[in-house]
Write a protein that binds this ligand. Structure first.
Ligand SMILES: *Cc1c(COP(=O)(O)O)cnc(C)c1O
Length: 363
């Protein structure tokens, strides 16, 4: 066997030793008379829209047209794109490829997205949780860099920009320092689920120089398509090849592929620009209103499509709104987030309903 590359050397030995399952659709062509996948010869659905989907066929595992489309909107070469069932699948694949149960470690900066920890626990890896600043909730660069230096068998460093639920973007220069500190040791995963809402540039421009950088993008938030379950891992081809080895043979359904192509057309992108403008306007109004409310003790506007606030009794505010049909997210009890509540910015009607609920809250 040839010497593993530097990225391969970080993978679990079991994954390095295996080869991917070769499915009927990945191994052979998909034209001609298809008698190699035990499919039915035709769909039971006669309606034109269903018929166009060829539901009786297994879908292409990584459809070329969608891959090219995502490469275009995320501004990377196609070879750096792995289409996934949402970012959640990307996170899970990274854990399963790179982290040995009982030995390897993952680093995250809490509070952050809960799925990094869940995927780590499922895999049986260890988690190093570097606390953010208790007042600003911003990442503490020196604490992160120190933890990277001190952690043995560190394999994945999760960074999120803008972060959920705090909304802040990563301090300038920190990604470069983390990439430097992890070179040859660990992968750095930049989760950019909310990047379209802010003016920051994607870290994907750094992929060519840094083989150990991974960027997660999703259609769930700024592309208005959470129901699709479609995202992308952007990474060096060596990383994508490893993730592909353990991925389900047909991760994307035919309706999801068709819908992902539809929500990324130029016309849909024009509507997206309008939606982002509308959400920015609704958010500015919400933030200025909350800033004038006496019972809002802390306010983190952030750069994404939500705001985080702290009140005297967070769970009571969440119940109060729920009683009026408005659901907001309770973070009480999570580290550094006592009595914190996250409010997603919605349509102007949604915001009017929220305003009505907040107006008659008695703290
Ligand atoms: C919402 C969110 C995602 C998106 O996950 P999907 O599986 O793509 O829907 C990823 N990361 C963060 C931080 C999020 O808040």
């Amino acid at each position: 066997m040839s010497e593993p590359t530097s990225i391969q050397a970080l993978a679990r030995p079991e994954v390095l030793a295996m080869s991917a399952y070769v499915s009927a659709r990945s191994g052979a062509g998909s034209d001609g008379v298809l008698l190699n996948a035990n499919e039915a010869p035709g769909s039971l659905l006669q309606d034109e829209r269903w018929a166009a989907l060829d539901l009786h066929r297994y879908p292409p595992p990584q459809p070329a047209e969608l891959r090219a489309r995502l490469a275009d909107i995320f501004q990377v070469p196609g070879e750096q794109v792995l289409i996934t069932r949402g970012s959640d699948e990307g996170i899970d694949l990274l854990l399963r490829v790179f982290c040995r149960p009982g030995q390897d470690q993952v680093l995250e900066t809490i509070p952050c997205f809960g799925m990094y920890r869940i995927a780590t626990q499922v895999q049986g890896a260890g988690i190093v949780q570097v606390k953010r600043d208790p007042v600003t909730l911003a990442v503490r660069p020196q604490a992160v860099l120190a933890a990277i230096r001190e952690t043995e068998n560190l394999k994945l460093v999760f960074l999120t920009s803008p972060n959920n639920p705090t909304g802040d973007v990563l301090p300038a220069g920190l990604l470069d320092e983390v990439l430097e500190a992890t070179r040859g040791r660990a992968l750095v995963v930049m989760d950019e689920a909310y990047i379209e809402f802010c003016r920051e540039a994607s870290a994907s421009a750094k992929l060519a120089e840094h083989e150990h950088l991974v960027v997660l993008r999703t259609l769930s938030k700024a592309w208005s398509a959470a129901g699709l379950r479609c995202g992308a891992v952007l990474a060096a081809p060596a990383v994508i090849e490893l993730l592909g080895r353990i991925m389900a043979p047909y991760p994307l359904t035919a309706p999801a592929i068709a819908a992902a192509l539809a929500v990324t057309t130029p016309e849909a992108r024009e509507r997206q620009r309008q939606m982002l403008r509308d959400l920015r306007r609704e958010k500015e109004r919400l933030v200025s209103e909350l800033a004038g409310v006496g019972w809002v003790q802390d306010l983190w506007p952030g750069e994404a499509n939500f705001v985080l606030i702290r009140v005297e009794d967070g769970p009571r505010l969440v119940r109060h709104c729920a009683d009026r049909g408005v659901r907001i997210r309770d973070f009480h009890g999570q580290p550094l987030l006592d009595n914190c509540v996250r409010l997603t910015v919605g349509s102007s009607d949604d915001m009017a309903a929220l305003r009505t609920a907040l107006d008659d809250f008695q703290p």
